[in-house]
Design a protein around this ligand. Structure first.
Ligand code: S3P
Ligand code: PEP
Length: 446
């Protein structure tokens, strides 16, 4: 088996990764994390009962579910991926009697801040070590412009934060951070504002919030790069979450870099604001065939991936914001490409679950790949199609995407070499079942 879960007394779990011989089959990845969070939030604001199918039961999304259950929402796990949410509606949510702990999830806490700001009660939010070090001023500042009362560590720019809910003022806000979390926080706050709230995006970011709000009964209009939400109640919905393209990306790269691989990934969300990773890998020569099968608010489809001779490229900077979570695994693909790959305009990676620029540079260079760290990205000297890599012991910095990216690299180690990755428990924040799926897909006995 390529991955062996090995605790060995290590902090926060470890994996031992060895080479795999072949990659083939037809797989499905779990539900989309961004959409699962939003579905729970919108269903919890709607009076009545919503059914969410395809829900991602990861620790990040379960944290969102728990937060709403602490505010009087009834949440039932009907099955692994089916959640029933029965809510008294936004204006009847109740004051949580304890701190809302959103664990590792930036999406959960930032979107929730927008919702909590407009309630009629007091609440306190916090998170784990990683989340408490991440910037919150990007949402608390615009929410303050709406009249929100939020205070906490670092003048309200870091968790824990205390929120005194109140009626909010409508604003027009320029999303300079190019962040979907910031946009979504303001739009969700706009549901309880005194008039239409507009977010202007200089660069398009994932648009799940704008697509889903009307499905849950809100008036939310998109005119060019202006997204406007009107205050008002939401209504319940039967909703299906597609597979997560960000999770599929690990298997896309695995298929591209494994000689002879042929892999199909079904039921993947193909929202155009998320598919930049497919475009970038295709620009590198990756053979990825996309078939869009159905559309339920969000396009969904199948990816056919074949082993490919990748070439290094200068990644078009405008594609980076829409592939931001896939950059660590893109760096692994770059290591298996012929020539140099330049990734810039990615400084947001420094404020994710870890500083992902430093983390991926350290991890790749420990295995023998030549990389240069830039303030806003990295340069990878690819040794494709078979770079000289060797076993190593590396830190994921408790970052799920660093772990899973390095598992993909480790599956191409020479026989007998081992990659020992620490801090792997955090894979459960976005991809429960990753080890089993990886072993099934790449698990031909060595
Ligand atoms: O809105 C979302 O669901 C997300 C937006 C992105 O963050 P930013 O908005 O900070 O870029 C992304 O990195 C995160 O995994 C999910
Ligand atoms: C950055 C991520 O998530 P979040 O911001 O929700 O913690 C991610 O999943 O890569």
């Amino acid at each position: 088996m390529p991955i062996d879960e090995y605790s060995g007394g290590q902090r926060n779990g470890s994996y031992r990764v060895t080479s795999s011989k072949s990659v083939s089959g037809c797989i499905r990845v779990p539900g989309d994390k961004s959409i699962s969070h939003r579905a729970v939030m919108m269903a919890s604001l709607a009076m009545g009962t919503s059914e969410i199918h395809g829900f991602l039961p990861s620790s990040d999304c379960l944290g969102t579910l728990l937060a709403f259950s602490l505010m009087g929402v009834r949440t039932e796990r009907i099955s692994e991926n089916h959640v029933r949410i029965s809510s008294p509606g936004a204006i009847s949510l109740t004051e949580p009697q304890t701190v809302l702990d959103l664990g590792n999830s930036g999406t959960a806490v930032r979107l929730l801040l927008g919702i909590l700001a407009g309630t009629n009660f007091h609440s306190v939010v916090t998170g784990d070590d990683s989340l408490r070090s991440r910037p919150m001023g990007r949402v608390t500042e615009p929410l303050s412009l709406m009249g929100a009362s939020i205070d906490g560590v670092a003048n309200g720019k870091r968790l824990p934060l205390a929120i005194r809910g109140r009626k909010l003022k409508a604003i027009t806000f320029l999303n300079e951070k190019k962040s979907a979390q910031v946009k979504s926080s303001i739009l969700l706050a706009g549901l309880s504002a005194d008039g239409p709230t507009t977010v202007i995006e200089p660069v398009a970011t994932r648009d799940h919030t704008e697509l889903m709000l009307p499905m849950f009964g809100a008036t939310c209009t998109v005119r060019g790069n202006e997204k406007t939400v009107h205050p008002g109640p939401l209504s319940p919905l039967d909703f299906t979450v597609p597979g997560d393209l960000s999770s599929a990306a690990f298997f896309m790269v695995l298929g591209l870099i494994t000689p002879g691989a042929s892999l199909t990934i079904e039921g993947v969300g193909l929202n155009p604001t998320r598919t930049a990773i497919i475009r970038i890998l295709q620009l590198m020569g990756g053979k990825i065939q996309v078939t869009t099968m159905e559309s339920q608010g969000e396009p969904v489809g199948t990816l056919h991936i074949q082993a490919s001779s990748l070439e290094g490229i200068e990644v078009p900077e405008e594609l980076i914001p829409q592939a931001i979570d896939e950059i660590p695994v893109l760096a692994v693909a770059a290591a298996f490409a012929k020539g140099r790959t330049i990734i810039k305009n990615a400084s947001e990676l420094r404020v994710k679950e870890s500083d992902r620029i430093t983390a991926i540079c350290q991890a790749l260079s420990s295995t023998g790949i030549s990389v240069t760290e830039l303030p806003d990205g990295l340069i990878v000297e690819g040794g494709g199609p078979a770079p000289k890599i060797h076993g190593a012991e590396i830190e994921s910095h408790n970052d799920h995407r660093i772990t899973m990216s390095m598992v993909v690299l480790g599956s191409r180690l020479p026989p007998g070499e081992t990659l020992l990755i620490h801090g792997t428990d955090f894979v459960a924040t976005s991809f429960p079942g990753f080890v089993e799926l990886f072993n099934k897909t790449a698990g031909i006995q060595n």
